[in-house]
Design a protein around this ligand. Structure first.
Ligand code: AMP
Ligand code: ZN
Length: 698
């Protein structure tokens, strides 16, 4: 792997390559490959980026450019070769060097003690060291390296034959394309592991799908295995898969070379792989001398399961010593030297009582299953979105069905399937409404879309949902406004549309009861403050179809005033980053609708910021260009978001943690560990709120 010296050398090499090439093209491409592979490892395996994104991109493009000119210098482990060209035809079946078996399961301490007894019998000794590590809930893969190069990646398939998905696996940035196996004279090695999708990546992906009218994927496991089989490798790359390797199943060495000492135990082998640059569970795995210790570890780990960035469905306990493993052998189904300890299932069965149809802010009508309340993984589930008609049809759901419900980690609950075998004939078909359940307008289903829509833009359900969206945390962030208040004000006729937020008659609200003076003042202040929100939040808050937070930023950055968007042509829109025909059409439609323009006029009259402040001030005042800031503690003179906006308006950059890259730490009251860390570093300027204001105001 990389020693401290290597790391220093590669870091300096990266910095040097940003400005100068090496003596020859060959040396330059070779050095670029080295530093980019190193940067990938730091980023994807160690989670400690060493290069700024822009620096990485510059070096990457430089390598790409050189390789275009001098294709003879392209090597298989060049990071540019991860970038997929063309489509995979289909995935050929390949046989595994060693069958990929399943695992035997245990569910409690007694099961584990039984397994411990069996291990001792089979091993012929009471002295067994165990190793425990997470059971990753993804898709298993096998990687084959020959002479240090990744030559094949395959899915598990039926355990004997799998699908060859090498091109897709090359998209996973934590999987090394080459590794120094030849150092130990290993000419062929097969490594097993799991491909997973982190929970946050998964959640973002589903949000995206839902906003596009697609049904979300059930869980990270399905998402991972589905992604491995996508025919377009570029799409695979976008899905941000992670890999974790936990087993060496086979290797051959040339001649009569000695086996590296590390390869005598499971624990040693995973450390060895880690040293070679592989993502392995070195930080999670633990060794134990007795099954009781293992049992304690299992309980403690299960309690932390929701804190992990990826899904785990249990732990895997393995006999650490390879000689003992060989002695114990395997059945046709599973190895005898390993066992899974399964965490409590997050599935339950319940009865589907009825289906309600909810109208969202874009008019989409979503079927929502109401089930008999059932506790799953610590929360009671009674309401589950069914997303759209196709989902209901595919699953063949009926009212009265007993349904299997799953709730994985932070993932929203969903219905896996009905238990058709439990039907008694009294179940009823789910009937979809032909008219809006709220305003009674006839519903429409645009072609290529899965959802029915109410297209009446004054449909009360939509108006309310739009106001709620505008006030929400990620949009205008009007605290204390909340769904319930919006609904209440709307029903009472005190709030009719988005601009109406700024002209609420507070005397009427005060008369309502239930609102103290204090809560009214708070709400008023929150509404007033929202007028200063940056343009991207306003654009996001308007709820233009297909315009999420990122797209709203792109649009806001492109203009000086929101009205500039009235004149944008489709062509101009398409030229913006990530804007496709769907977004362009939707943005055009929105800004050409007279009601929407009127709404924007009203917002302007109310004093809501509609200009891109960054753009209007950056030329005049990029004084903080290149300077980095972080805020900590409770700020009294301004809101954190305001202060951050000031920094950005002057060209400064915000960081999320204290590091050597940080220039200024602004401290409010009760500042904690960040302040400590900054003091320790000694390179960070520590500012009070007043000092910060002085700095900002020049
Ligand atoms: P199952 O599919 O429930 O029989 O469990 C067996 C599967 O668990 C294996 O095929 C692996 O894909 C997966 N697995 C996840 N984490 C590990 C691990 N740390 N060690 C071994 N297998 C694992
Ligand atoms: Zn309606």
């Amino acid at each position: 792997m990389y020693t401290t010296q290597d790391e220093q050398r590669l870091y300096n090499q990266a910095k040097a390559l940003l400005n100068n090439d090496a003596a020859t093209v060959e040396a330059t491409t070779q050095q670029l490959r080295e530093v980019l592979n190193y940067a990938d490892w730091k980023y994807y395996v160690q989670s400690e980026p060493v290069l700024a994104d822009a620096e990485y991109d510059t070096l990457f493009k430089k390598l790409q450019h050189l390789e275009e000119q001098y294709p003879e210098h392209i090597t298989g482990d060049s990071p540019t070769q991860r970038v997929a060209k063309g489509l995979s035809e289909k995935f050929p079946a390949v046989s595994h060097l060693v069958p990929m078996l399943s695992l035997d399961n245990t569910y409690n301490a007694d099961d584990l003690r039984d397994w411990d007894r069996r291990c001792k019998e089979l091993a012929g000794t009471d002295d067994i060291e165990y190793c425990a590590e997470p059971k990753y809930d993804g898709a298993s893969i096998s990687l084959i390296y020959e002479n240090g190069q990744l030559v094949r990646g395959a899915t598990r398939g039926d355990g004997v034959m799998g699908e060859e998905v090498t091109t897709n696996i090359r998209q996973i940035r934590s999987v090394p394309l080459s590794a120094a196996f030849t150092k130990d004279n290993i000419n062929q090695i097969e490594i097993r592991g799991e491909v997973v999708i982190n929970k946050d990546v998964f959640a973002a992906y589903n949000t995206q799908r839902i906003s596009e009218g697609l049904s979300p994927l059930a869980n990270p496991r399905n998402a991972a295995s589905g992604t491995l089989r996508i025919l377009d490798p570029a799409e695979v790359g976008k899905r941000k898969l992670s890999a974790i390797l936990y087993h060496i199943s086979y290797y051959t060495q040339t001649g009569d070379s000695v086996v590296p000492e590390a390869l005598q135990t499971h624990y040693g082998s995973l450390n060895w792989l880690y040293q070679l640059g592989f993502p392995t569970p070195v930080h999670e795995m633990k060794r134990f001398r007795s099954i009781d210790e293992v049992i304690d570890f299992c309980a403690a780990f299960e309690a932390r399961r929701d804190d992990l960035p990826y899904e785990v469905d249990g732990l895997v306990i393995k006999v650490n010593n390879f000689l003992l493993q060989d002695k114990m052998g395997m059945t046709t189904h599973h190895p005898r030297w390993a066992v899974a300890y399964k965490f409590k299932a997050r599935q339950a069965t319940s009865k589907l009582l009825r289906v309600e149809f909810q109208v969202g802010r874009t008019g989409s009508v979503t079927p929502v299953a109401k089930i008999e309340p059932v506790p799953i993984g610590g929360v009671t589930v009674s309401s589950i979105s069914l997303f759209n008609e196709d989902v209901v049809r595919e699953k063949d759901l009926h009212i009265g069905d007993t349904v299997l419900v799953e709730r994985a980690g932070d993932v929203i609950p969903y219905i896996v399937k009905p238990l058709a075998e439990l039907r008694d004939g009294s179940e009823e078909k789910i009937v979809f409404p032909t008219h809006c359940p709220v305003c009674n307008e006839e519903l429409e289903k645009p072609e290529e879309e899965a959802v029915w829509r109410c297209i009446n833009i004054s449909c009360p359900a939509q108006v309310v949902e739009r106001i709620i969206h505008f006030a929400s945390k990620d949009a205008m962030d009007i605290r204390n406004m909340g769904d319930a208040n919006v609904r209440k004000f709307y029903e009472l006729g005190l709030l009719k549309n988005i601009p109406g937020i700024y002209t609420i008659n507070w005397d009427e609200i005060a008369k309502l009861g239930g609102f103290g003076e204090k809560s009214i003042t708070n709400l008023k202040t929150a509404i007033d403050n929202s007028k200063q929100q940056p343009l991207n939040r306003v654009i996001y808050g308007l709820g233009i179809r297909h315009v999420g937070e990122t797209m709203a930023k792109t649009l806001a950055n492109a203009v000086e005033h929101i009205r500039d968007l009235y004149n944008y042509t489709e062509e101009q829109l398409l030229a913006l980053e990530d804007v496709g025909p769907k977004v362009a059409a939707s943005v055009m439609h929105f800004f050409h609708t007279p009601e929407n323009r009127h709404m924007i006029d009203l917002l302007e009259q109310a004093g809501v910021n509609l200009v891109n402040q960054k753009r209007n001030t950056s030329q005049a005042s990029g004084e903080l260009e290149g300077k980095t800031f972080l805020f900590t503690g409770t700020l009294n003179r301004f809101k954190r978001s305001e202060a951050e906006a000031m920094v950005e308006a002057k060209g400064g950059t915000l960081l999320s943690s204290v590091s050597s890259k940080l220039n200024y730490l602004v401290v409010g009251e009760d500042a904690g560990s960040k302040l400590e860390k900054a003091k320790k570093l000694g390179t960070v300027a520590i500012l009070s709120e007043d000092e910060f204001l002085t700095l900002i105001n020049g």
